[in-house]
Ligand binder design. Structure first.
Ligand code: 28F
Length: 668
């Protein structure tokens, strides 16, 4: 493996300044900078192992091309994933300046390509996409590239320069005539620096470029993939910008109003003009989905622009509703009511934004909250006045949300009170364990009375409890407007009472689910290893996600994995969990005992196993296999449950068919 030291040896230092055998302080500093990037790529580009640094290289170059668009010169960016593993990014802007940089004594282009942080603070006229993790600039990409080729069309000529590991092979030279202007940067990542994920991921790149195109209305971004025989080309051009972004977000949802509301405004802040652009559309879904950006950088955790928008929405919708007397016997709508079903994108441009951390996850510039709030108050208020029927639909939706929330609260209280009146009794179907220490107690939730019976016989009575459920449990996703039905459902009551930790995700709400009170440290869902079993498992998980989410967050929820087959050879029996494992086991048996007879038995249901087998295969903590339900991406999970369990049956079928394994392996 090449080392950073080795690749930037003294010999190369001589070539570096491109001034024959002389090199100055600056060149040495540049070399040290590039070396620092190669030594600690993670500090500059993100994780070099999981693909984030690798893809960050593309973002860094694309961001420069987008900056040229923001400056008003560049209508098109092309991104080519080449067959040799390199990437080419071309923009049709002014071309990187080729003249000699007065201080550095080399071309301005070379300064940009080699000096860390160069390119950041060149001029204050336009908003730079400091999109990279640290806005390190293209020089960091150059440093981790086996080679990088620069081609500039400018001043009537073609200019070219090649670098290897960040070091120029020669100075920037004119190689021909040209009557256009453009910048093309091609680079091949040095794979000694990146590991594990070393291939560009088309989906990831496409999604990111599409988002960039949405955020820059009118900018054409073309992505081409030449890495396989049938090459792909996608053109992202969105004249509607954020409105089209929201239209896509809501593509599969039922819209409350047809037109996307588009708010644009600007106000002067402490450091200069702050531009605000927001697109909004309400749907009949239950969640809120707001994406936030500052200078085209995604702020995953929102920040002051988001809070400004939220305050204004609550205020504007309430004041419109009140002035038109649309609230009837309601006092006011809460922020949650107003935002239920909202899809929105907020994009602000600020001359000098601050973020909570270098990942730029959250905007903290405080003046932005007031600026966004003011602009939305004015513009959305105006929009409501001019579009009363849209305003009316939005208010009606919020009123509905408010009523449903109130009804849910009442139903929940009633259920909780009832539970207490009945002495908080455990359900009759529960076979409880002897231990009262939740750390060692497990509850098996089992589908079907007969499997439940086997589990009761099979279990370790000291620590394992068994709760059988009868048939399919209620699909809570279909009862979002009729929560009383959820709480009065017998199977669901069984679960709530057996677990003894309350119900409801509203933190701080009396009687809400509290993992501290959970009677069992492990809740193990045990269903048949077939489609029906998978369906029932998803129904139980959907209930837990919507009403006991903290059990999932805390890692209390598990899925039992009964085997699919037993493979026998004489007295020797092994249990296997997949077709692949089955093939491997048969092969091994044949090799070990070529003449012996091998018997295979398929287990479709838990009910086909006797209690001993059930213990041996699925319940014995020494040998059983389980999966812990681990839902990291809350938004994805939310979508998953909405799609999987919601009203849209055709979509659900398609989803189950294409994602059944994903759902059972739960990598959401
Ligand atoms: C594929 C990546 O990097 N495009 C770029 C320009 C254009 C200018 C520029 C870039 C300004 C003062 C240096 C041209 N003419 N695509 C790109 N296009 N950088 S990067 O200038 C950089 C600084 O010193 C440019 C006039 N002004 C700016």
């Amino acid at each position: 493996m090449k080392t950073a030291e080795g690749s930037l040896g003294t010999l190369r230092k001589k070539e570096f300044g491109c001034m024959s055998d002389e090199y100055g302080e600056d060149s040495i500093q540049v070399l040290e900078g590039l070396e620092a990037v190669r030594k600690r790529p993670g500090m500059y580009l993100g994780d070099p192992h999981d693909g984030s640094a690798l893809h960050h290289c593309i973002w860094e170059v694309v961001d420069n091309a987008v900056d040229e668009h923001l400056a008003g010169y560049n209508p098109t960016v092309e991104v080519d994933l080449n067959a040799d593993g390199s990437v080419s990014v071309t923009d049709h802007g002014r071309g990187i300046p080729v003249g000699i940089h007065a201080e550095e004594g080399v071309s301005a282009a070379q300064v940009i390509m080699t000096k860390l942080h160069a390119g950041g603070k060149f001029d204050n006229e336009s908003y730079k996409v400091a999109g990279g993790l640290h806005g390190v600039g293209v020089s960091a990409v150059n440093a981790v590239s086996e080679w990088l080729h620069l081609e500039v069309h400018r001043e009537g000529k073609v200019w070219e320069q090649r670098y290897e590991l960040g070091v120029p092979k020669a100075k920037l030279k004119s190689t021909g005539k040209s009557d256009t202007t453009s910048t093309k940067v091609s680079f091949k990542p040095d794979l000694t620096i990146f590991s594990e994920v070393v291939e560009f991921d088309f989906q990831q790149i496409n999604t990111r470029l599409q988002r960039t195109a949405f955020l820059n209305a009118g900018l054409q971004i073309i992505l081409r993939d030449f890495r396989s025989d049938d090459s792909v080309e996608i053109d992202h051009t969105y004249d509607g910008g954020l409105s089209e972004y929201v239209t896509l977000m809501n593509a599969k949802k039922n819209k409350i109003h047809d037109e996307v509301v588009h708010v644009i405004g600007s106000k002067s802040g402490d450091k200069g003009e702050v531009h605000v652009e927001i697109a909004l559309q309400w749907t009949d879904s239950y969640s809120e989905n707001i994406d936030c950006f500052t200078n085209i950088i995604h702020n995953v955790d929102g920040g002051t622009h988001l809070s400004g928008l939220r305050s204004s929405l609550t205020r504007t919708v309430n004041s419109y509703a009140q002035s038109r007397k649309l609230l009837k016997n309601l006092n006011s709508l809460s922020g949650d009511d107003v935002r239920e079903g909202l899809s929105a994108v907020v994009s602000i441009k600020h001359p000098d934004p601050s973020f909570n951390a270098q990942t730029k996850a959250k905007l903290v510039t405080s003046e932005v909250a007031g600026i966004v709030e003011q602009i939305v108050n004015d513009k959305l208020g105006e929009y409501f006045e001019e579009n009363p029927s849209i305003a009316r639909s939005i208010v009606d939706k919020a009123v509905l949300a408010s009523k449903a929330r109130e009804a849910a609260r009442k139903a929940r209280d009633l259920t909780r009170r009832k539970g207490v009146l009945e002495g908080g009794g455990l359900p009759g179907q529960l076979a409880d364990c002897q231990s009262r220490d939740p750390n060692e107690c497990e509850l098996y939730i089992v589908e079907g009375e007969s499997a439940g019976g086997s589990a009761k016989t099979a279990r370790d009575r000291r620590t394992q409890a068994v709760l059988p459920l009868r048939g399919k449990i209620l699909n809570v996703e279909r009862q979002r407007r009729n929560i009383a039905k959820v709480f009065t459902n017998e199977q669901i009551q069984r679960m709530i009472r057996a677990l003894g930790a309350g119900v409801g995700n509203e933190e701080g709400d009396e009687g809400a689910f509290d993992p501290e009170k959970l009677r069992y440290g492990k809740i193990i869902i045990m269903c048949d290893a077939d489609i029906d079993g998978a369906h029932i498992r998803t129904l139980i998980l959907t209930f837990m996600w919507r009403f006991m989410r903290r059990a999932i967050d805390n890692g209390n929820v598990y899925i039992a994995m009964p085997p699919l087959f037993s493979v026998g050879r004489g007295n020797h029996v092994e249990w296997v969990h997949s077709e692949e494992e089955l093939d491997a086991t048969i092969k091994r048996f044949k090799k070990e005992a070529p003449s012996a007879k091998i018997s295979i038995q398929r287990y479709k249901g838990l009910g086909e196993m006797n209690p001993e087998q059930l213990w041996e295969t699925t319940m014995d903590p020494e040998v059983r296999r389980m999966m812990r339900v681990d839902i990291k991406d809350v938004e994805a999970a939310d979508k998953l449950f909405t799609v999987l369990m919601g009203e849209d049956v055709p979509e659900r079928r398609e989803f189950i068919e294409t994602h059944a394994t994903e759902v059972t392996s739960l990598d959401i």
